[in-house]
Design a protein around this ligand. Structure first.
Ligand code: NAD
Ligand code: 4TP
Length: 331
């Protein structure tokens, strides 16, 4: 007899954002969408108020509640006003604790993977959040006595297009100093490992972008490609990783070229994320590689302009749930 899989964990995210709306909507459509069971890590009084605002009828229960009839919630006590589009630092501690509890339960196997609803970094900073974003926070939470600190790698994934920013939530002026051969080697090794082991790609092909226009034009528009990125690619090839580059980023993301690779590593956040959000905003999923747990997230943020309205697409959030399900032994 098949052993029932543990549920997924969904962290509620920023309560004034669209995340809770999409969780409630997806739960209400769980049967027709054939969703795997999940437990929401959040605040029941707030979720109840948002469901009422949206006109969604939901019964709330404890984490072991029957998903067929009831939304299982790991209730975290705290001040969480239902003010869509109007964030307050008051709820920051609940938002941060929800993520921490979900990570802890996933690390111990009580839940089999984590899907995070969007947080608002600026709001959390004012509540004492010390990390640049989810990705960095999750890596810190996963660094437990049994799990050594990891380099978290952000990947935005669509069916056949995947992209990774080498540097993540840092000011643009800091990027050139952070582009090092060592970081490229470490990041690419994690990407190759997880493409093989979490995505089932036996021989992953990885394209690597240059930093400068036209990939430095032979060193005449910057030297990173000649002195840093090119030697990193050569070292990766020498150790058996099918890496190619550095390529000019403006033509690397030409779909026909991009599809030649199982993933493309770009040098900074927007160099990686603009192309995938341009071609696949509704389907792309944010996946964190290099962690001891599976974590996905929709590719969008809190959408304050849509929160509480019942509008907005749940496609990326649904894709994030399906990918986490697939990566942890589900359908
Ligand atoms: N996974 C995450 O936690 C995550 C991801 C991205 C951004 N963020 C955070 O979200 C906050 C707002 O970021 P932003 O304004 O750059 O991006 P955003 O994605 O919140 O909004 C950008 C635009 O896309 C639209 N949009 C977003 N989600 C949509 C949906 N589901 N359906 C239809 N339209 C949608 C919004 O209405 C807005 O016009 C920032 O604090 C950012 O750091 C968090
Ligand atoms: N950089 C991501 C994006 O723009 O989609 C987003 O901020 C998510 O990153 P975190 O999951 O680390 O918050």
């Amino acid at each position: 007899m098949a052993v029932a899989l543990a549920p997924l964990a969904l962290s509620m995210g920023e309560p004034s954002g669209i995340g809770p709306d999409l969780i409630l909507r997806l739960f209400s459509q769980r049967a027709e969408l054939r969703l795997p069971p999940f437990v929401v890590y959040g605040n029941v009084p707030f979720l109840r108020a948002r469901a009422a605002r949206l006109g969604i009828e939901v019964a709330f229960g404890t984490p072991d509640a029957d998903f067929a009839t009831t939304l299982p919630v790991l209730d975290i006590d705290g001040m969480v006003p239902d003010n869509p589009g109007a964030p307050t630092a008051l709820s920051g501690k609940v938002v941060m604790e929800a993520i921490a509890r979900a990570v802890a339960d996933t690390l111990r196997g009580a839940t089999r993977g984590l899907v995070t609803a969007p947080i608002h970094k600026g709001v959390l900073y004012s509540a004492g959040f010390k990390y640049p974003g989810h990705t960095e926070y999750l890596a810190a939470l996963c660094a437990t006595p049994g799990n050594a600190p990891r380099l978290p790698v952000m990947m935005l994934a669509h069916e056949e297009l995947r992209t990774i920013p080498l540097t993540i939530h840092v000011p643009l002026h800091e990027v050139p100093g952070l582009v090092t051969t060592d970081l490229i080697l470490k990041t690419t090794r994690i990407v190759a490992h997880d493409l093989r082991n979490r995505f089932g790609i036996a021989e992953p092909r990885i394209g690597i972008a240059g930093l400068n226009p036209h990939a430095g034009e032979g060193g005449t528009i910057g030297r990173q490609e000649v002195d840093i990125i090119g030697p990193a690619v050569a070292a990766l090839v020498h150790e058996g990783i099918a890496a190619e580059g550095p390529f000019p980023a403006d033509t690397l993301f030409f779909p026909a070229h991009w599809r030649q690779y199982d993933a493309v590593i770009a040098m900074y956040h927007d160099q990686a994320l603009i192309p995938i959000k341009t071609v696949a905003f509704d389907e792309a999923v944010n996946v964190t590689l290099g962690l001891p747990i599976v974590r996905t997230s929709p590719d969008h943020g809190t959408a304050f302009d849509l929160a509480g309205s019942g509008k907005g697409s749940h496609a990326s959030f649904l894709a994030a749930i399906r990918l986490a399900d697939k990566m942890t032994g589900g359908a």
